[in-house]
Design a protein around this ligand. Structure first.
Ligand SMILES: [Zn+2]
Length: 412
């Protein structure tokens, strides 16, 4: 078969106007996954187990094949809990915790496959680290946007590709990851034991927080656009009227696509942006922009359909890959970076009460330019800078507030 050119594919892509993702389905999935009954889907907790059961029920309904352990949809993995006395060590005395990814397969008898994933765990009742709420313990963190929205998106894409009339020229592997909030543990475990030949994977598509498309300034960030030569131009060419698409070339970021990128697989990660309920108990189902999420998913379908017309994508490493694994931290500043910010420096979407940044007077909308003489033009350099310090260190932070340059002393 001869492959048609990118130009033609784009022309075909834009002619597809039929509605694909279903708002009622999205509402049903997110309302259930983010209900108090599931207690915030804490990794390896009862509520997360119920969410896994729910996913299996729908995967079965769509007649997908199980791709977990021993003919089931569940892939088991084990990990050590973080050491409560040292946030960067592991508790080697307690027994290992067991958790599960949920994996389903749509066999189109094709040579190559597309992997579509989203994490389904969240912060539970704030028993482990990760909450940005001042008094997190005991409060249910429903995680409607993070990441019931992506999990519902995964189910909708599974429904679309399993029930549409077309037989696509690629197979699909649909996977819901556990333990993302504990450091991408589920996706790392899957990548060590994928049950599918990674040399035959076209690309991996990740969704993490796609439920809060801003109505005043509708835009999404798509990361990983530099991980294969054709991705960026295709994403921009297919950009819909209803929102702007901001490409971010890096294959490394704070979600599960990173695990696949590190295995030399092209990745795309879809994200509607950070908000004030991020990692707090207020991330609830009624705050989701369902119409917006549907539009994001319809765009993802058009992009995916276009990518299905191309031969297996070549992998290209992106600018952040030279550092290998992400740096390790002994300290935290207690800020929420705006990952969609395109300018120089780290723009803050929020600061956590009681943490060093807030104590020193750093505020939302400040732009951090330097920490202790380490410039922070982007997230990766910011992380590298942070990894240089230990608790008790006193450093100067250079930042921009409105148009004013300032220097603030902080203590880690
Ligand atoms: Zn997430």
């Amino acid at each position: 078969m001869k492959y048609i050119t990118l130009f033609l594919i784009i022309a075909l892509g834009t002619t597809q106007v039929s509605a694909q993702a279903d708002i009622e389905q999205l509402k049903k999935h997110i309302t259930y996954l983010a209900s108090d009954d599931l207690e915030g889907r804490g990794t390896a907790c009862e509520g997360e187990r119920k969410a896994a059961e729910y996913l299996v029920k729908w995967f079965k309904k769509y007649k997908l094949s199980p791709k977990g352990d021993g003919g089931s949809f569940l892939q088991k993995f084990e990990f050590r809990e973080p050491d409560p006395t040292n946030p960067h060590g592991f508790d080697t005395l307690s027994p290992k915790t067991v958790s599960h990814n949920v994996v389903a397969y749509l066999d189109n008898s094709a040579e190559h496959s597309v992997i579509i994933g989203a994490h389904y765990d969240h912060l539970g009742k704030g028993e482990r680290a990760g909450s940005l709420s001042a008094e997190a313990k005991g409060k249910i963190h429903n995680g409607a946007d993070d990441n019931a929205s992506g999990t519902a998106g995964l189910l909708e894409l599974a429904r679309y590709y399993a029930t549409n009339k077309a037989k696509e020229p690629y197979n699909f592997l649909f996977i819901a990851f556990s333990a993302e909030e504990m450091g991408l543990l589920g996706s790392k475990a899957f990548c060590e034991r994928p049950g599918i030949d990674f040399k035959k994977v076209h690309l991996m598509i990740n969704m993490d927080m796609i439920g809060r498309l801003d109505t005043a300034n509708p835009r999404i960030t798509v990361s990983g656009t530099g991980t294969s030569p054709q991705l960026q131009s295709l994403l921009i060419a297919l950009q819909p009227k209803s929102f702007a698409v901001r490409p971010d070339s890096s294959g490394m970021g704070p979600s599960d696509h990173t695990s696949f990128y590190l295995k030399d697989i092209p990745v795309l990660h879809f994200f509607t942006g950070i908000h004030s309920d991020y990692h707090k108990p207020g991330d609830d189902a009624e705050k989701i922009n369902y119409q917006g999420e549907k539009e994001v998913l319809d765009y993802m379908i058009i992009v995916t359909d276009s990518l299905l017309q191309l031969p297996k994508l070549a992998f290209t490493p992106t600018r952040n890959s030279t550092t290998g694994n992400a740096p390790r931290f002994k300290v935290t500043l207690g800020v929420i970076p705006d990952y969609a910010y395109q300018g120089e420096g780290i723009k803050l979407d929020g600061v956590t009460e009681g943490k060093p940044a807030q104590k020193a007077g750093i505020r939302k909308d400040d732009i951090i330019l330097e920490i202790g003489n380490f410039p922070t033009p982007n997230i990766m350099d910011y992380m590298k800078a942070l990894s240089q310090f230990k608790k008790g260190d006193q450093v100067k932070v250079k930042l921009k507030r409105s148009e004013e340059l300032m220097e603030i002393s902080i203590e880690f």
